[in-house]
Design a binder for this molecule. Sequence first.
Ligand code: ADP
Ligand code: MG
Length: 914
Amino acid sequence: MLSQYADLCAAHEEALVLFQVGDFYEAFCEAAETVARVCEVTLTERSDSTGDYPMAGVPIENAAPYLESLLDAGYRVAIGDQIEDAEQASGLVDRAITEVITPGTVVEDDLLDAGTTNYVAAVAAAVDADAAADGASPRIGLAAVDVSTGECLVTAGDADAITEELNRVSPAELIVGPGAPEFDPADADHGWTAHEYDPDAFDRRAAVERLEPYLGAPDHRFDDDAELRAAGAVLAYAEYTQGDDGPLSYVTRIRRYDPRDRLRLGAAAQRSLELFENRGLGASDTLFDVLDETSCALGRRCLERWLRRPLVDAEAIRSRHDAVGELVDRTLVREGVADALAAAYDLERLVGRISRGRADARDLRSLHATLAVVPELKATLGGVADRYSEKAGADTPRTDHLRGVRDRLDELVVVRELIDEAIATNPPPEITEGGVIREGFDDDLDALRSTEREGREWVAELEASERERTGIDSLSVGHNQVHGYYIEVTDANIDLVPDDYRRRQTLKNSERYYTPELKSREEEIVGAAERADALEYELFVDVRDRVAAETERLLELADALAELDALCGLAAVAVAGDYVRPTIVDEPDAGVEIEGARHPVVERSTESFVPNDADLPRGSVAVITGPNMSGKSTYMRSVALVVVLAQTGSFVPAQAASLPVFDRLFTRVGASDDIAGGQSTFMREMSELTEILHDAGPDSLVLLDEVGRGTATTDGRAIARAAVEFLHDQLEATALFATHYHGLTDLATEHNRVFNRHFTATREDGDVTFLHRIVPGASSSSYGVEVAELAGVPAPVVERARRLLGEETDGSDGLTERNDERGKGVDTPDDPADASLREFLAEEDGEPERIENDDARLGEGGETGSRADSSGVNEGATDPDLAAALREIDLAQTTPIEALNALHGLQSRLDDDG
Ligand code: ADP
Ligand code: MG
């Protein structure tokens, strides 16, 4: 046995071989030590003619958790199954590798997360001598297969585009061809396992041969060498992991796509918008969680694909909105469809198992149950429309989109009926032990089963008839595995045993007998049962093959069900979350106009979420200032999420929205807000900024959140300013820029498409309350000390900080900054750059008394007044007249010129006073 094991190991060097021995998967020698360590099972010794060696095993019945540990620990596991019946084998049972389980190619349901796709991907470089000579970056092909469903995607692009695409596909495993660059997962914690694979598999000719069974004339279908090589390699790898017995029949569709056909969301954007992962406190609070109201795994995966790749075609977006809108309006249809879909099984994976020849009778029954949903769905979609039909003149869905989906709902009646006639309604998990084929399906089988049944009935009656014949009341008829049927008589009655009884077995107080007739009946029963089981298996496999022949149609149905479910889910979210349909304006100068935008995730965990408007003309930059914790980041993200949701086809969390179609979305979240480890955060911040400044354009939406925070104030501010200027002047991207450097607000003076917005706060009884409301203009300070106080920093520390702050603003540093700003002549209408917190707050709660209290309190601090000192308004602030005059200015109604005049007036009053 050991040499057989060693042979398999040698043939699968890259994997850990597990060897079926009865009910266990065993590993020997070195591998045994690994298994024992990783799976935490006992290491034992095995001795045979070749000597003693270590052995460790896991039960086959319950192998999943052990396999998972091995995969997690980075191993590939080759399963060496017994390929002949142990009872029939003469000598050593033959074994072969039937499957290699790798992180990207697991097909066992136990190891798969139902709602997510599990890709194995390959990247290959095109070998193009001309391009290489030009120094052009090589074209990289990317192919990904979900081995459990047969979905195969192929694309190509330059290294950057492919990196981005890889982050989106987020494969469980990546194989890298010769010459392809290394792809570091941007997100180290959730990256894929990358490894090299047989370079021959990436060869052009090998790829063409490999692809031929999947699609005719592969070299014509793939004009791109890189795509061809990647597709060939990924299928070679997938075939290898499935035991290398030829093409994978369930991979019927190889889809080429161009990433540029989708809204491009880099890894940074996906991460910072928390689309699929939230690495903060509420780890499960992601956009996907909010959005996922689907009823089945098919729909869930479809929605995931949509959200990873939002659309960029205005018509396609509107078409999805149409369908979602119809389902929003037609509550009964929506609920009916959702109910029906809840009974659907994971059709893609079922079909995968069926066409791989791995499906059992239960799987076929699940397929039947899923097909049975289809007529119901069609009736629901069309049927309820009958109510409208008199007016609308149609018994079909009202929108083209939903009608299209309904028309794709293929009932596959023949398959459904075949399964129903052939497969028992509640079959056992084994397909070799009978009970899977229904009565009436096959005459031969029925005859065998009735022979078996009659035999058993005869035996069942034997006890009574033999008691009567022999007069032994305690006589019993029984059965055991070893001896088969017997008649048992206690020793006391042995004298009454008739002549035709033959002794079978002697027990302590009784004897067991058989009669020639019992024996022949038994042979008949056993023979019929065995032949019936074998026939059932044959019939089952035949039914399974006939179903497998419909793989393509079944997968198309799966697509339609998935889409319907995703649309229904989006409609349910829209209804429950009070979302609106956005208007998509497909014009080059269309900007973002959102009324009452909400953050779909934050609003769920916040009692009273404050909606905010967003009015961003195309190509403008909104500089958003405000105290820490006032809502800047949340606001920016809610705008971006509205855009992402709209292009996904969803309604959006707002009162109204009019949006352009963006083709790329970038985000950069300042280092201090980004808890990701690894690379120096500032370095990372700058490399992400680099990417944005290289790639953004007029159709991009850019979010910069506290850029430049990762370094000293002066550099940070300089970098941030330069970046905004570049975005505005050179790239003409539409951007939101949140910063606590309020010194940057004067950008608005110098650039016509830059404008200021800020967040406000109020103070009551000494507590700062954030209003989370965005208003025009710039804010003046970051109010760090107030936030510290709010957070519960002990009073002496807060007081001390306040004093230090006062000293500092007295000192040259603070003065420089302030004078700087004044020198530049800030002219935003209500720029309170010169205002102290007191005034800022006064503006909000407008109660003179409280302000005076604040004054008194701040006064106690001694030097605190000096913050206002530096602004030169200090004397005025204590002057009630001046304060009242300031307060009277209606900032929302003031133009920049009026504001300047007003300031000038106030200043001259000060001068007069002085
Ligand atoms: P900033 O970026 O200005 O420091 P955040 O956007 O991180 O502030 O917001 C801080 C907290 O304030 C959030 O965690 C959220 O709980 C709350 N918040 C933000 N915006 C709103 C809003 N519009 N309505 C209600 N609460 C909000
Ligand atoms: Mg923030």
